[in-house]
Design a protein around this ligand. Structure first.
Ligand code: AMP
Ligand code: FES
Ligand code: ZN
Length: 294
């Protein structure tokens, strides 16, 4: 199997894109995909200060790597934030990997320890760990970003995260979530910092290949509290049968939500000919009348 771009030995065939690439060409390919999505969805604006939240895992390591690679051309600044959650046997390793990654990329690493606030994730009741952890991360990321003058908070959420989140919400009848499915969620209050998801339409496998090709450090083990996610397995199964499913799903979801938002904002008025409701001067019916009236 040869690389489509340079003809050297390919490392992987990317079924969703129908091409095989070598490790060097893959790095460029991945960065082009992320850049294209950042431009398409206006994920980061020129001059913004991005706080990239890194856990030490492959997805956020890939995110920091690609943001640093694109920062000069797209005109933004990046610093990293790691939150030490105080999980025995796991948080120490996550923190050290995050430090190593930042050193390698020449990025400033900011560190916040949950312990400073008087408790750790290990101290939370077992049943409530994951939701408490989510609350802790959202709160500390937002507060840190605001107090230190960052314009946006970036997380390493992937297409699998967006799709599984969508399924879970949809099936539990919760429809008040739409902004979480978008690559950029604008702040709605001065105390809330805008959130971005630059890997919104990347898959975990694409991120893994990128960190491996660039030899970026990452922690392979997952958090000891992480539940087995059956939805993710289902999403992988569909992707296996229908390559490209994940990417098409999230891109169309974003397109749908953004169009819906535009339509909602569009002001409507009344037709100047008949007085019925319309979004233009003359309603569609009156236009037909004008055109076809004998
Ligand atoms: P998770 O909620 O573990 O799926 O993580 C989602 C995203 O939150 C990751 O991609 C990171 O960007 C961020 N994140 C998770 N854990 C941490 C952490 N300990 N410190 C900073 N950011 C984190
Ligand atoms: Fe929060 Fe595992 S990282 S519970
Ligand atoms: Zn190549």
């Amino acid at each position: 199997m040869k690389c489509r771009r340079c003809g050297r030995k390919a490392i992987e065939k990317l079924k969703a894109y129908g091409i095989a690439l070598c490790s060097e060409c893959y790095i460029g390919f991945y960065e082009e995909l992320v850049e294209r999505s950042i431009r398409r969805f206006r994920v980061i604006k020129r001059g913004e200060r991005v706080l990239a939240c890194i856990s030490g895992g492959k997805d956020s390591s890939a995110m920091l790597g690609v943001l640093v690679a694109l920062s000069e051309r797209l005109g933004f600044e990046v610093e990293a934030l790691h939150i030490d959650l105080g999980i025995k046997g796991y948080s120490d390793k996550s923190r050290e990997i995050s430090k190593k990654l930042c050193e390698m990329l020449g990025v400033e690493m900011n560190l916040v320890s949950l312990e400073e606030f008087g408790f750790t994730i290990d101290g939370v009741e077992r049943r409530k760990v994951c939701s408490a952890c989510g609350t802790v991360k959202r709160y500390l990321m937002n507060r840190y970003a605001r107090l230190n003058g960052f314009s946006v908070i970036a997380t390493g959420h992937t297409s699998e995260d967006v799709i599984t989140f969508f399924f879970k919400n949809w099936l539990s009848g919760n429809f008040s979530w739409s902004e979480k499915f978008l690559p950029r969620t604008e702040s709605f209050d001065e105390k809330i910092v805008t959130r971005i998801r630059p890997l919104y339409d990347r898959s975990e496998k694409e991120n893994m290949l990128y960190v491996l090709c660039r030899k970026l450090p990452f922690l392979a083990e997952s958090c000891p509290y992480a539940p087995q996610d059956e939805w993710k397995e289902i999403v992988y199964y569909i992707e296996g049968r229908k390559p490209g499913f994940k990417r098409n799903f999230v891109l169309n979801l974003a397109k749908y939500l953004l169009e819906r938002e535009e339509k909602r904002k569009e002001s409507y008025g009344y037709c100047k000919l008949c007085g019925e409701v319309t979004t233009s001067d003359v309603c569609a019916f009156c236009k037909l009348v004008e055109k076809y009236k004998k």
